[in-house]
Design a protein around this ligand. Structure first.
Ligand SMILES: Nc1nc2c(ncn2[C@@H]2O[C@H](COP(=O)(O)OP(=O)(O)OP(=O)(O)O)[C@@H](O)[C@H]2O)c(=O)[nH]1
Ligand SMILES: [Mg+2]
Length: 381
């Protein structure tokens, strides 16, 4: 047993990582095998002394460090070193201070059943519309197809193999496809997702914005093969001349990847339109048609390591809030219509927190679209 040894040892250690919200206390506890060890606490190699916000205690074999009311400057590498004669041993921890002290948007984490039930029970008042149509558009590789896979996974109660998603630099999705979401218990849900090719920065590459406008109006039939250089013509068999409200899009969902949003503000080609110019043109048409619009910000795990570690930090992460503001500025969509999500892409099992964020976004998209088709949010056009 350690207590008979004169060599100092930790009998319980401080955790390797500690994450605290700004304003909370950073507290470390550990135990050692000897009462008379010499203890030194350090931050980033600098010795910490008792006093002010720092409280260092040694009671018998119990050691503790408390730093009250943490702020960003308290972030760093903490070490506790114990020594007895020539022998010493240390242990370290990484401290991160979250830049928001409280969540600025509330999510009922893990309480997904009631949202799923409300979506399963959804009924539409407008007899012209059998299901709500959502169109996902955005840059190549933004995660449009992955959103559909993720929503389908939630309602199938198991992760769906990502047949729709890809890893190519040019758009993986080449044809216009409409995906019904099938609930494992109740069958087809009354909303469908239109999946389209991604937009690219340069003209004549990626999806032609005119095709998105045709889809918004219900002029494009499923199966249409996208052509970057030439949008759908009225002579094409995929052209629907007499679209009804049921064929139109009821919510336009702009999909943007969180980790590269800052890099995407301009194409680097001054003479060229970029993805955001194209998206803006589409949005203006959607606004003229009165179609509601939201942004889903994907790949949040790649934008913020804290969020990768714990999705529940999403609305206390300054980085994510900054990215959402960038999305808002670039698209003109207000903050309360921007929803960050993490898609299923490498996971084998469902995760309740990922589901909570995706369902929160879906609930809002459904709400906006339903108000639109039920005539409440409809602007005359
Ligand atoms: N880490 C992470 N990866 C994601 C997330 N969402 C999507 N991905 C990955 O991003 C890549 C592109 O995703 P897709 O869903 O194919 O994107 P897309 O917008 O449909 O792309 P195109 O059809 O090619 O325009 C895939 O490798 C996905 O696995 C996410 O939330 N986190
Ligand atoms: Mg795709």
């Amino acid at each position: 047993m350690g207590s008979y040894s004169s060599k100092p040892e930790f009998t319980s250690r401080i955790p390797d990582k500690r994450r605290v919200k700004r304003g909370e206390d950073i507290v470390f506890h550990c135990e050692v095998n000897l009462e008379d060890v010499k203890v030194i606490w350090e931050k980033d190699g600098q010795r910490l002394d008792d006093g002010g916000r720092i409280s260092i205690r040694q009671r018998g074999t119990d050691l503790s460090l408390r730093i009250s009311r943490a702020n960003e400057k308290d972030e760093g590498h903490y070490t506790v070193r114990i020594s007895c004669g020539p022998d010493s041993v240390s242990h370290s921890a990484e401290v991160t201070v979250l830049e928001y002290d409280r969540d600025w948007r509330q999510i009922k984490w893990g309480e997904n059943v009631s949202i799923k039930h409300s979506l399963q029970d959804l009924t539409l008042r407008n007899p012209q519309v059998k299901h709500l149509n959502f169109l996902l558009h955005g840059p190549v590789g933004a995660g449009k197809s992955s959103i559909i896979n993720s929503i389908q996974s939630i309602f199938q109660e198991r992760v769906q193999v990502g047949a729709l998603a890809g890893t190519s630099f040019t758009s993986f999705t080449k044809t216009y496809s409409i995906h019904q979401i099938i609930d494992r218990q109740t069958g087809a849900l009354p909303f469908v997702f239109s999946d389209i090719m991604g937009l690219e920065d340069r003209d004549m590459e990626g999806l032609h914005p005119d095709d998105i406008i045709s889809i918004l109006k219900g002029n494009v039939r499923e199966g249409y093969e996208f052509n970057s250089t030439c949008p759908l013509s009225i002579n094409d068999p995929s052209y629907n001349f007499n679209p009804t409200l049921g064929d139109e899009i009821h919510c336009l969902v702009s999909v943007l990847p969180a980790e590269t949003i800052s890099l995407r503000g301009n194409s680097g080609f001054p003479q060229e339109t970029n993805v955001f110019d194209k998206m803006r043109a589409v949005r203006e048409h959607a606004s003229d048609l009165g179609i509601p619009q939201v942004v889903v910000m994907t790949r949040v795990d790649l934008a913020c390591p804290l969020v990768k570690d714990d999705l529940r930090c999403i609305y206390s992460s300054k980085c994510i809030k900054r990215k959402m503001k960038e999305c808002s500025t670039l698209t003109g969509v207000p903050m309360n219509c921007i929803f960050p999500v993490r898609n299923y892409h490498e996971e084998n099992n469902l995760n309740g927190d990922m589901d909570s964020l995706i369902l929160d976004a879906l609930k809002n998209v459904v709400h906006f679209a339903k108000s639109y088709v039920d005539g409440l949010g409809r602007i005359e056009h």
